[in-house]
Design a protein around this ligand. Structure first.
Ligand code: NDP
Length: 253
């Protein structure tokens, strides 16, 4: 049975585009007030206006979550302005593919600092508030959603470091799940297949071209498909924890 998110507060990282943007809209539609976090303020303002037009409330927080103080500040501002924190969607991520040999190591640093370290900063800052919400919040349960990938399950030639970051998200999530689940903080891993977003655009041109060819015959998921999955996970009754969800396009092998 579904439980709506009325009177709860959610924080979504990477909400200025793609999966994060769709997730913020979906959680707002379930009744949550939503703090939307990313670096592109104009995109966040536009999203907040749309949430407001639909009768919801969003708080814009411009932050680079790879900077520990900004990640912690995003959580603190949410609690100061919206009063509590029940749901966190750790979604911000970057995927820079290519062979390990001769790779620009700066790309690895970007992936590790966002996909792993930034996600951990946000989780660490949010956990005391999530534990509090689980103890005395309207739903007596709280949710930390970590967005991994099919790449967090299956490693591929040409994707080794992205695979490493997403496998790290899986390991972190499972260890943390065991730590906090008896206190009713549910830690869930979402593993999308190919979704039609800006994610591939940050790659070097030859890699972008390769990705386009690889998925040319696949009808990719829409961001809303993953937002639906996340909304499903966080609206379960208190005794139901969806630990892991793998969602691929039907045509993806
Ligand atoms: P997008 O590129 O559309 O979104 C990435 C988001 O992360 C943007 O909102 C971006 O906003 C934000 N972001 C990037 N760097 C930072 C930073 N330093 N601090 C705060 N926010 C940041 O991609 P997706 O929506 O596709 O990706 C979302 C997640 O889904 C990622 O973790 C990705 O790995 C995962 N995923 C995506 C798949 C796909 O096929 N698209 C498949 C599997 C997993 P801004 O630039 O404004 O900061």
């Amino acid at each position: 049975m579904a439980q709506r998110l009325t009177a709860t507060v959610a924080l979504v990282t990477g909400a200025s585009s793609g999966i994060g943007e769709a997730t913020a809209l979906a959680l707002a539609a379930e009744g949550a007030q939503v703090a939307v976090v990313a670096r592109r303020r104009d995109r966040l303002e536009d999203l907040a206006a749309r949430i407001g037009d639909a009768g919801g409330r969003a708080l814009v927080i411009e932050a680079d979550v790879t900077e520990r103080q900004q990640a912690e500040g995003a959580v603190a501002t949410t609690v100061e302005q919206l009063g509590r924190l029940d749901t966190v969607v750790n979604n911000a991520g970057v995927m820079l593919l290519g062979p390990v040999v001769d790779a620009p190591v700066e790309e690895w640093e970007r992936m590790l600092s966002l996909n792993v370290q930034g996600l951990m900063y946000v989780a660490h800052a949010a956990l005391p508030h999530l534990l509090q919400a689980a103890a005395d919040g309207p739903r007596e349960v709280a949710d930390l959603i970590n967005v991994s990938s099919v790449a967090g399950r299956v490693a591929r030639n040409g994707s080794a470091v992205y695979n490493a970051t997403k496998h790290a998200v899986g390991a972190f999530s499972e260890g943390l799940r065991q730590e906090v689940t008896q206190r009713h903080v549910r830690v869930s891993l979402i593993e999308p297949g190919a979704v039609d977003t800006e994610l591939p655009d940050h790659n070097r041109p030859a890699i972008r071209e390769h990705l386009q060819q690889r998925f040319a015959d696949v009808e990719r998921l829409r961001s809303e498909d993953i937002a639906d999955a996340i909304a499903y996970v966080v609206t379960r009754a208190r005794h139901v924890a969806i630990n892991e969800l793998l969602v691929r396009p039907t045509e993806q092998q």
